[in-house]
Design a protein around this ligand. Structure first.
Ligand SMILES: Nc1ncnc2c1ncn2[C@@H]1O[C@H](COP(=O)(O)OP(=O)(O)O)[C@@H](O)[C@H]1O
Ligand SMILES: [Mg+2]
Length: 254
């Protein structure tokens, strides 16, 4: 039985989709099976971040999977370049209120039986779509940028998520100089602001949008910057003791 993790934030544009896609590709590169679920109903873009946007047209989506939660195989699109990675995309033209959201938790449970990791890319906001995703998953990762307004929403998001999901924080789009430096008081401030354990820091990196625009998963597009940081986070998720605060080249076998 695999573990299900919701990637959430409360706020839009913090990097949930980027983190979900890159973590999924790193876990796949590390030999794990991963199912990504785009739960951003009506505003899907996990397919783009995974470089799969051409591959899902015509296939079934989350609204179909929710109609047959015990047998979700037909709605999975396998990634052609990332072994063991597949995606259930979100419907583009539906709203959360039109879906059978009670079937979401059984669906995530059924998917967890088929993969090492199920990563759910949550919508923005702390409304119905948020609770659908959070309640269905065993663990939560909260993605925030380092600014005060994003951190405040992250803290609220963690409260609503609940301690039993063991929420951990990823701070995204951090000034790279902050991460390399040994003395980074701002990072202590960030931890204090949310009260959440830190899962990782991801630097601001122009490769993120460049890779998405080229239709290539970030981790296949580059070996440094954000891709390297996400690989380190993936290793932490696998239980490895990878220190926070130092950047290395992206290397699966290093
Ligand atoms: N570490 C980063 N460095 C540079 N740009 C980033 C980074 N993370 C995300 N972005 C950009 O920020 C925007 C929002 O990211 P996205 O993952 O879609 O956020 P969310 O899913 O939380 O709405 C996208 O244009 C993405 O390319
Ligand atoms: Mg998103």
């Amino acid at each position: 039985m695999g573990v299900s993790i919701v990637i959430t934030s409360g706020k839009g544009g913090t990097g949930k989709t980027t983190v979900a896609a890159s973590l999924a590709s790193c876990l796949s590169a590390l030999g794990k099976t991963v199912i990504c679920v785009d739960a951003d109903i009506g505003a899907r873009n996990l397919d783009i971040a995974l470089g799969l946007s051409g591959g899902i047209s015509g296939s079934l989506d989350l609204s179909d999977a929710l109609r047959m939660p015990d047998e979700p195989g037909a709605a999975l699109t396998a990634h052609p370049d990332l072994p063991g990675l597949s995606l259930i995309s979100a419907p583009l033209t539906r709203r959360v209120s039109e879906l059978d959201t009670r079937a979401f938790a059984p669906l995530i449970r059924a998917l967890s039986a088929r993969a090492d990791f199920v990563l759910v890319d949550c919508c923005a906001g702390l409304e119905d779509g948020f609770f659908m995703s959070v309640n269905a998953c065993e663990r939560a990762v909260i993605v925030s940028t380092a600014d005060a307004s994003s951190l405040r929403v992250a803290a609220r998001c963690a409260q609503l998520t609940g301690k039993e999901k063991r929420p951990r924080l990823i701070v995204n789009r951090v000034n790279p100089k902050l991460i390399v430096g040994r003395n980074a008081p701002e990072i202590d401030d960030i931890m204090d602001a949310t009260g959440l354990p830190l899962l990782g820091l991801v630097p601001e990196d122009e490769m993120v949008s460049a890779a998405a625009n080229r239709g290539v998963p970030l981790t296949l597009a580059g070996g440094t910057g954000a891709a390297a940081a996400i690989l380190r986070i993936a290793r932490r998720l696998l239980g490895e003791d990878v220190p926070i605060g130092r950047m290395k080249r992206w290397q699966v076998n290093g």
